[in-house]
Design a protein around this ligand. Structure first.
Ligand code: FHN
Length: 421
């Protein structure tokens, strides 16, 4: 993946100086759902009986499919099994607090009712409806923030778009013409016609200098003043920091930031990859990212019929059950006071430290260094069972509860004042 955590100084400086009030809900949300859904979802990584390894949504690029040929896929794209309320219910049951879905990916196909380009789901596919309106409504009804992903530069359908040099000569391209004629008008449609967007997730920036990017940000923020723009808008701009794909920073990071992961090995649906992260892997990832102060946005890749893969549904629901009883240690938390330990990681809230025991110690002793005697209670979070502990030379040793949660036992430590001298 690409590392987009550019301009680190700016982000750290801002985080310590002034917090953008619009990011408060985001920093508390902790767990988002990414959805990659497009014509590529129907192709599932296969073109003319050849199976291309890698992210399914890059098939057009990997197979160097001419834009005119790829566009024909739209005429058979008919996701009749799509039900917005099913997707929104799954997000709710999974403990998801925000959702970001691809309105247009690099293939250039608009998954919404666009008047700017006829290469869209309403005009060019037999489905003939706009799934995004229904999904936005169903998602918000369940108290989940809704946002769009938009590939503002890479567009393999357009002669002036970025990235397609197998069909169109780079030298002939006029990127600004592409922005003026498609990218900016479509962003305006999305930021005008679908209600308040929690997030606009720009991706793979290019073709604009810093001032032009600032102008784009200003123009779009005028339409959606509270919406959070991802740092992948480029040129060090954006309202929050998105790290590279599958990238988690090594140390706690202040401010609003996000790690993003696929659920299996592809953002777009591919039928042959069954390597779905288990509930335990998802929970460990969520705890690890939260222990550094950030959010995890986990991807789901629905298929060409509009169905979410069986294991995505099953494992996300299991994650939601874990969050039902352990969510206090994740939602509204910040990075842990104690750095990562052999047994796991920590998250914090005022007066509370949460130990996420991801690797239960063989001797049953959880060692927590650097804490003082302001501790008032040590207990297992799920059922508040008080746990035996001892404190000597600023080192706390907690006896691991016998019947530990198979995914991740969370131990809570209540304290008064400060926990560290
Ligand atoms: O090229 C895209 C890719 O298809 C996918 O959308 C990821 C998600 O973060 N973003 C770009 C690669 O980083």
């Amino acid at each position: 993946g690409f590392s987009f955590a550019q301009d680190i100084d700016r982000w750290d400086k801002e985080a310590s100086e002034k917090e953008n009030p619009n990011t408060v809900w985001f920093k508390n949300a902790k767990f988002g759902m990414f959805i990659h859904w497009g014509l590529y979802s129907k192709l599932a990584g296969v073109w003319k009986d050849k199976d291309y390894y890698g992210s399914g949504e890059w098939l057009m690029n990997q197979a160097k499919i001419p834009a005119s040929e790829y566009a024909k896929v739209a005429s058979s794209f008919n996701p009749v099994k799509f039900k917005a309320q099913e997707w929104a219910d799954l997000a709710k049951d999974a403990g998801i607090r925000y959702m970001v879905i691809t309105a247009k990916h690099h293939e250039g196909f608009a998954m919404y009712d666009s008047k700017v380009s006829d290469f869209n789901i309403v005009k060019a596919s037999p489905y003939g409806k706009d799934p995004m309106k229904a999904l936005a409504d169903a998602t918000r009804k369940r108290g989940i923030q809704f946002g769009f992903y938009y590939s503002q530069f890479l567009d393999w359908h357009e002669p002036n778009g970025g990235g397609n040099n197998w069909d169109f000569k780079e030298a002939d391209k006029d990127y600004l013409k592409y922005y003026k004629e498609k990218s900016i008008p479509q962003l305006k449609e999305l930021l005008t016609n679908y209600g308040n967007l929690g997030i606009v997730w720009f991706d793979m920036p290019g073709g604009l200098n810093k001032q032009q990017t600032q102008d784009l940000v200003d123009e779009m923020h005028a339409l959606q003043p509270k919406s959070l723009f991802s740092s992948r808008v480029g040129q060090g701009l954006g309202d929050y920091r998105t790290f590279g794909d599958s990238e988690v920073p090594a140390t706690p990071i202040k401010g609003a930031w996000e790690s993003i992961y696929t659920h299996n090995d592809s953002w777009g649906y591919i039928s042959h990859d069954m390597n779905f992260k288990s509930p335990e892997e998802i929970i460990h990832l969520l705890a690890n990212v939260a222990s550094k102060g950030g959010n995890l946005m986990l991807n789901v890749g629905p298929d060409g019929e509009g169905k979410i893969p069986y294991y995505s549904e099953k494992f996300l629901r299991a994650t939601g059950l874990w969050l039902k009883v352990n969510g206090e240690s994740i939602y509204e938390s910040t990075y842990g006071l104690i750095p990562a330990q052999p047994w796991g990681v920590t998250t914090s809230k005022p007066g509370k430290l949460f130990l996420h025991v991801l690797n239960p110690p063989k001797d049953g002793k959880i060692v927590v260094p650097g804490v003082n005697s302001n501790i008032t209670k040590v207990y297992r979070l799920t059922d508040k069972t008080a746990l035996k502990y001892s404190l000597k030379d600023q080192t706390l040793i907690v006896a691991m509860p016998h019947s530990a949660d198979p995914h991740n036992t969370v131990i809570a430590i209540n304290y008064t004042g400060t926990l560290q001298d």
